[in-house]
Ligand binder design. Structure first.
Ligand SMILES: C[S@@+](CC[C@H](N)C(=O)[O-])C[C@H]1O[C@@H](n2cnc3c(N)ncnc32)[C@H](O)[C@@H]1O
Length: 347
C-alpha cells in the first residue's frame, strides 16, 4: 500500500531508466509518466466484457465491490452507472497513474498489490459482496512508451506496473543468465524459439531500450516467424510477467479474494492468456471440488472443503460485436464463482 514507494532501481548500465526527453518526469516511486494531460478514463482503458461483469455482479448488489485492478476505472464506472448508490466501489491498483485516475470518477483507489487485498479490506472495514480482477496491463500502460511495455514504441527497459515490482526489464535483459532467460521466455511467453532468443539477447548486451530489444529478437527469429505477428510479442509478455511476478500475484490475489467475500459473495476474473486462465480455472475448481481423498479412505485427510460454486462452466468470451469495437477483448476469458455457506451450495 502507500508508503511502499521505492526509489527507481538504477539501470544496470548506469543509464537513467527514462530517456532524457523533456516531456518525461519521474513519478512518485520513480515510474516515468508523461507530463501531457491526464487521459480521461475512456482513453485510459476500454473495459472488456463489461456487460457480462455487470450481469454477474447484479445478484450481490447492494454491497461493496472491490475492483482489484482499477486501471482506467472502466469497470468501476459501469458499476456506478448500473447500480448507482446501491454499490460502493473500492479500487486497488499497483500503478500510481491508475490510482490518480480514481479521483476522476470519484472512486477511492488504494495503491497496493492485490496480493494485499485482505489488508485493504480490513483497513476499509468492509465485507465485500464481490471482487473483480481484470488481469494484465491497461492500454494506457502499453501506450506510454516511457513505461517500456511496448515492442512497437521505443522506451526504456522498465515494464514495472508499479513501484512495488522487485526488478526492471533492464535487470532481466542485461543480467540474467541464458538459462534463466530461456526458462521465462519459454514458460511465460510460450515461445518455441526461447533458447535462440535468449542467446541473441546475451549477444546484443548491453541493451538500453525496448527498440534495441525488439530488434535483437527479430534478428534471431526464423524468416517464417517474422511474417506472423510481431516476433517480439511473446518475449515481451514473458519479461513483463517476470518483472511484475504476475502469476504468483494471481494465485495469492484469488486466495485473498475468496477469503474476503461474504457468503453468497462472488469473485469474477478476466484473463488474457492461457497462463492466467489456467491459474483461475484451477483455483476455482479446487474450491468447488472439495475433498480429494481416495474414496476408500475412511476419514478425510486433505481437509479440502467445498467452498465455491462455479458460475461459468466454460470461460465467457466477448461477442464479435465487442471484439470489433475493442480489439483487446478478443482474448478475454471471464470466469466467476460464488462463495458457499459451510461447504453447502448457496441457494
Ligand atoms: C487490464 S487493466 C484493468 C482495466 C480496468 N478494468 C478498466 O476497465 O479500466 C489491469 C490493471 O491492473 C493493475 N494490476 C495488474 N496486476 C496487479 C496487481 N498484482 N496488483 C494491483 N494491480 C495490478 C495494472 O496496473 C492495470 O492498471
Amino acid at each position: 500500500m502507500r508508503g511502499w514507494l521505492l526509489a527507481s532501481p538504477p539501470d544496470t548500465n548506469g543509464r537513467p531508466l527514462t530517456p532524457p526527453a523533456s516531456h518525461l518526469v519521474p513519478a512518485p516511486g520513480g515510474l516515468a509518466m508523461s507530463q501531457n494531460r491526464t487521459p480521461n478514463a475512456e482513453e485510459f482503458h476500454q473495459p472488456a466484457l463489461a456487460d457480462e461483469v455487470i450481469a454477474l455482479l447484479a445478484p450481490v448488489i447492494p454491497g461493496v465491490v472491490i475492483d482489484a485492478t482499477f486501471g482506467g476505472g472502466g469497470h468501476s464506472r459501469r458499476m456506478l452507472d448500473e447500480f448507482g448508490d446501491q454499490v460502493t466501489v473500492i479500487g486497488i491498483d499497483r500503478d500510481p497513474a491508475a490510482v490518480a485516475n480514481g479521483a476522476t470518477i470519484g472512486v477511492p483507489v488504494v495503491e497496493a498489490n492485490f496480493t494485499d487485498l485482505a489488508e485493504v479490506v480490513q483497513q476499509a472495514d468492509v465485507r465485500p459482496a464481490a471482487v473483480l480482477f481484470d488481469f494484465g496491463v491497461s492500454s494506457h500502460q502499453l501506450d506510454e512508451p516511457e513505461r517500456g511495455f511496448s515492442y512497437r514504441r521505443v522506451g526504456p527497459l522498465d515494464m514495472r506496473m508499479g513501484p512495488d515490482a522487485r526488478r526492471t526489464a533492464s535487470q532481466i535483459v542485461n543480467e540474467w543468465s541464458i538459462e534463466e532467460l530461456t526458462r521465462i521466455i519459454r514458460e511465460y511467453g510460450e515461445e518455441r524459439q526461447a533458447r535462440r532468443i535468449a542467446r541473441a539477447i546475451l549477444e546484443a548486451r548491453p541493451i538500453a531500450t525496448t527498440g534495441e530489444l525488439a530488434d535483437a529478437i527479430a534478428r534471431a527469429m526464423p524468416a517464417a516467424r517474422r511474417r506472423v505477428g510481431h516476433p517480439a510479442r511473446r518475449t515481451f509478455q514473458a519479461i513483463r510477467i517476470a518483472v511484475n511476478s504476475e502469476l504468483e500475484a494471481i494465485e495469492l490475489g484469488l486466495d485473498a479474494a475468496i477469503d474476503s467475500v461474504g457468503v453468497g459473495g462472488r469473485v469474477v476474473a478476466i484473463s488474457y492468456h492461457s497462463l492466467e486462465d489456467r491459474i483461475v480455472k484451477r483455483r476455482f475448481a479446487r474450491g468447488a471440488e472439495g475433498c480429494t481423498c481416495p474414496p476408500d479412505l475412511p476419514v478425510c485427510g486433505c481437509d479440502n472443503t467445498t467452498d465455491l460454486r462455479i458460475l461459468t462452466r466454460k470461460p465467457i468470451r466477448a461477442s464479435e460485436e465487442e471484439v470489433l469495437a475493442n480489439k483487446r477483448a478478443r482474448s478475454a476469458l471471464l470466469r466467476a464463482v460464488e462463495k458457499l455457506d459451510d461447504g453447502k451450495l448457496a441457494a
